[in-house]
Ligand binder design. Structure first.
Ligand SMILES: [Zn+2]
Length: 177
């Protein structure tokens, strides 16, 4: 996937973001392009309606060529903002979101969720994306101070870093904080 370097208002690189994020930031006037284009991304791939593209008006002048979006290699945010806070550390909210509010042990998705340390915190398990999962109360209590293997439980999937491919919720937090 093509990545775009997001820079802060002082032109300091912050992080690489996906093309969709970059377009969103350009489209909403929160950022401006810094350098133009190694590559072309078909507008269709962005999942945006042609009418939306038309509505971009002057904001993307020079960035649309026919049916292609010219990917800036870097964009610059207009405002100095608290996006660093949102470098997506695994909060309770985001882990639940990643796991779709579903217990990773039994698949239950109603009732209160808890945050489970796959390797228990008391045994050195850390607060990382790879070690935190959503679990229902019952599973968390049953598992207690054990690893899933020790408890004879299986994770629905290997917990991974939460990648917000094009998450408007998170983008809003990133951009409006
Ligand atoms: Zn459960």
């Amino acid at each position: 996937m093509t990545a775009v370097m997001l820079c802060d208002a002082h032109y300091m690189p912050v992080k690489e973001i996906c093309v969709e994020h970059a377009v969103y930031l350009l489209m909403t006037g929160k950022a401006e392009p810094m350098y133009l284009a190694d590559g072309l991304v078909p507008v269709a791939r962005l999942g945006l309606a042609a009418s939306a593209v038309a509505n971009w008006g002057g904001k993307l002048d020079g960035l649309i060529e026919g049916n292609h979006f010219l990917v800036p290699t870097a964009i610059r945010l207009h405002r100095a903002i608290a996006y660093r806070l949102a470098s997506l550390r695994p909060s309770r909210h985001l882990v639940f979101k990643r796991d779709k509010h579903t217990c990773q042990y039994c698949g239950r998705h109603s009732g209160p969720m808890t945050l489970d340390h796959v390797m228990p915190a008391s045994r050195g398990g850390e607060d990382t994306w790879e070690n935190l999962v959503a679990a229902c109360n019952a599973c968390n209590n049953y598992k207690a101070n054990r690893t899933p293997e020790e408890a004879g439980m299986r994770l629905a999937s290997q917990p991974r870093r939460f990648v917000a491919s094009f998450n408007w919720d998170i983008m809003d937090k990133l951009c409006l904080a």
